[in-house]
Design a protein around this ligand. Sequence first.
Ligand code: NA7
Length: 535
Amino acid sequence: DRTAVPGDLDVLVVGAGFSGLYSVYRLRELGFRVHGIDAGEDVGGVWYWNRYPGARCDIESVDYCYSFSDELVREWDWTERYPAQPEILRYINFVADKFELREDFTFGTRVDSVTWDEEDRRWHVTTDRGDDITVSHVIMATGQLAVPQLPDIPGIEDFEGRTLHTGAWPHEGVDVTDERVGVIGTGSSGVQVIPQLAKQAGHLTVLQRTAHFVMPAENHPLDREYAEDLKTRFEEYREIARHHPGGTHRKFGTSSALEVSDEELRASFDAYWDRGGPDVLAAYTDLRTDERAAERVGELVREKIRGIVHDPATAERLCPRGYPFGSKRLVLEIDYYTTYNRDNVDLVDVGADPIERIAPNGVVLRSGTEIELDTLVFATGFDALTGALFSANITGVGGLTLPDAWKDGPRTYLGVATHGFPNLYFVAGAGSPSVISNVLISIEQHVEWITDHIAWLRDHDLDRSEATEEAQDEWTHHVYETAAPTLFMKGNSWYLGANVPGKPRVFSLYLGGVGRYREVCDEVAARDYAGFATT
Ligand code: NA7
């Protein structure tokens, strides 16, 4: 049975992932009448939907968790270095149970429209289940990777076999035993799902357009002694991450990758490779800004691939080329490259010979090659950052819609709010460090800041808060200017909206670092929320 949305609310939270759950928890603590809505039938957000085999976080478990409750830290034990989706979902459920959060959520309900009423100074929110909600503040805790993106290939709907998207995987699981399976997409999701499907399928064809740079995860069970020791000093450990550029404990090198000898570079790279994880990105000062520096490391990745993959032609196809190392998200792998040594796996370069159409029985390439398939898996990513916000049909002051306001890319003040949309807040999205950092650190910081702001308004008898255009222009300029000299601009990735046809190509995540960003936000709060017009 669906929990009814209460009629009398101060704050509506959209989303029951990490952001939404913490928002509801904190607002309840602050004495607000708050309620949450989620399209899923239960808590979990991105970890509720992404149930494909192999789904795993690329941030370490001891960092990818909440820190707001000491009791929670003490009571929960992570089992692996990089947590798998089922364990993360168990954790989120544990949190929801512990703080009795489910009772303040309505599940299986999608927001249809969010409309500002200037006279009433409140939002009117409608849902696909007929709710009509009037509320002072809305927090969009809708996540950054919530809307699965299908490629623009004709004929998808004609395919007579099974089609799946990694981001909307069936909850009952999928059995592909002995089937002919195709996977389109070799980003993080593809690299994770491919080895798992290969173990079950009769034959697996990987359709790769761009080879991504992939490093070993070197995942392993967490050493209990280490984990227990960390718990005794968790607050101190976390405080370091809160002020670290990436919200982690990654160490930064101090020399240029162009200054070191080949031997030195290789020895250092080998150590990163053997240890696993993405920390090599910080090994040298210029890997994120200088293409020649990035290329030195990129070539070492290619050498590793050639050493693992037996078939030289396949190894060459797996070697990333044409864009700098580190300019797309660095993918972590478990058994990925070795999967190509299996007899039942083929790699097809659809960069060279693009997919022309999907036919009822499989995929047809431009050359005329037909690949017959029983199951076609799209690991083609998401309409990231803005997808979920735009699908909520948000209309602000004077009838301005959010897609219109952001037609050239997201414009925010501190990532938290946008001009023309008073009392509306975004958690860990565009304009903030978001998914370019340990997003759990960013979520906690955002939720605390936003809920403090709402409490401050209440305590000052104010009922309307809107980012000023000037503050927003300045911040947006700062965000874009910070990204401009980095190699991210050359990655053609979802960070730039490159995977969604027609999406403006802007890098809208804030690269100034989590620590610096926190300082800016704290300073704004200390100056009575300068840059917000509050009345
Ligand atoms: P990504 O990283 O956006 O990867 C999508 C993949 O799909 C990528 O390899 C794309 O190739 C490929 N793709 C997209 N459209 C096509 C077409 N038309 N033909 C062939 N291949 C295509 O999504 P993920 O789900 O893997 O990961 C998203 C984030 O989730 C990840 O970064 C982590 O933060 C968690 P392309 O590179 O564009 O050539």
